[in-house]
Design a protein around this ligand. Structure first.
Ligand code: SF4
Ligand code: SF4
Length: 362
């Protein structure tokens, strides 16, 4: 649907909701809607990114299709979020292959082949004959590793930072509230507990209409698991750069313990969310958003599983091939993050913060 029609449809539905207000207790979308008598594109974008697709309002609503009002907030918000993911990124009209399975597969294979080539070209190919010490630098040198992984990471971070800046400027305007620390306290508390996924009390109706905390628990596992793996990578870099401690690290060390616990937690969380998603395929998200959800979850799962294989197989012959797959997955994930569902947490975080600023939550 062209974006003018999409926003006109969202405005039509939300005007009905603003008269009804039955869903007021389900999530912050509804109190935020009540603050608005007119809905511009920025308001609708903000509300759509506050929505986390729990389906509670759709389950409760008496005006859903085939009713003539045709109210369906999760579906219309889902389409608006798809528009958000395209609107703020650079280049705005990113090549379709970045999001397609074939293109991602080709990019993944190309990075994996490049790593193998670099390994043999720099005289380190014997790592594939195993057994190994379990250091990534047995595959390629430290400098090459930094170039292959850090360049896409840096480009990705800059692209995401620019998108976040443009998004905030659109939905809020002044930059000063971005430094409002008391509101950030509320924002971070809500994000850390995934407060908005409680569906007002018992949990989301997702995926089968019964309130349940399962989806929130799986999200917790993914979020904290990912954070732990980030701590693992960062602590390894600190040990290496500042304490001259070279990998591999012992099992009872910060990088290994955080990587292990984080990897297992995120693997369990991603697997659980994939199962829930399969059970929810009949629900209201658009086809594009469903594809984006699956792509992100499978990519994260691949990252975590290969990370665990690298860890447990680090002195065996599977270490080098597993490391190649893991590094290729990391590089491709960084490269495509701004153009895929990976980006969603930035917009949601900023919308939750705007909501707290707007409502004086401190
Ligand atoms: S989704 Fe339906 S029940 Fe909920 S506020 Fe809108 S019109 Fe009312
Ligand atoms: S789907 Fe859930 S989060 Fe989204 S607007 Fe409805 S109640 Fe709120």
């Amino acid at each position: 649907m062209p974006f003018e029609e999409l926003f006109a449809e969202a405005e039509r539905q939300l005007n009905i909701c603003n008269s009804c207000r039955y869903c007021a207790g389900y999530c912050p979308v509804w109190p935020a809607l009540e603050l608005r008598t007119e809905l511009g594109r920025a308001d609708i974008t903000h509300l759509a990114n506050l929505c986390h697709d729990c389906q509670d309002c759709f389950t409760a609503c008496m005006y859903t299709p085939p009713h003539e009002f045709g109210v369906n907030p999760p579906a219309v918000f889902s389409s608006v979020r798809e528009d958000t993911y395209r609107r703020y990124v650079w280049p705005q009209h990113s090549p379709a292959w970045l999001r397609g399975r074939v293109g991602l597969g080709v990019a993944f294979a190309a990075v994996a082949a490049l790593l193998v080539l670099l390994s043999f070209a720099t005289g380190r190919g014997e790592v594939f004959a195993g057994p190994t010490r379990g250091s990534a630098y047995e595959l390629v040198s430290h400098t090459l590793m930094v170039v292959v992984v850090a360049v896409p990471a840096l480009v990705s971070v800059l692209t995401l930072a620019r998108a976040a800046w443009l998004y905030w400027r659109d939905i809020h305007g002044p930059l000063a509230p971005l430094l409002d620390l008391p509101s950030w306290r509320s924002t971070l508390r809500q994000v850390a507990t995934l407060r908005h996924q409680t569906g007002g009390a018992e949990g989301c109706s997702y995926p089968e209409g019964e309130p349940s905390a399962v989806r929130r628990r799986f999200h917790h596992l993914v979020m904290y698991g990912f954070l732990l793996t980030f701590i693992s990578t960062t602590s390894a870099a600190i040990l290496e750069q500042f304490f001259d401690a070279q990998p591999p690290y012992p099992y009872l060390s910060v990088p290994v313990l955080t990587g292990l616990v984080g990897g297992v937690a995120a693997t369990a969380g991603c697997s659980g969310l994939i199962v829930l998603k399969r059970r929810s395929d009949h629900l209201q998200s658009t086809e594009g958003m469903r594809r984006a959800d699956y792509a992100m979850l499978w990519a994260l799962l691949l990252l975590m599983l290969t990370g665990l294989v690298v860890l447990f197989g680090r002195s065996t012959i599977i270490f080098a091939p597993a490391l190649v797959v893991h590094l290729a997955a990391v590089v491709v994930a960084f490269a495509v993050a701004p153009y895929t569902k990976f980006v969603h947490w930035i917009y949601r975080l900023l919308s939750v913060h705007k909501d707290n600023v707007e409502r004086g939550n401190r």
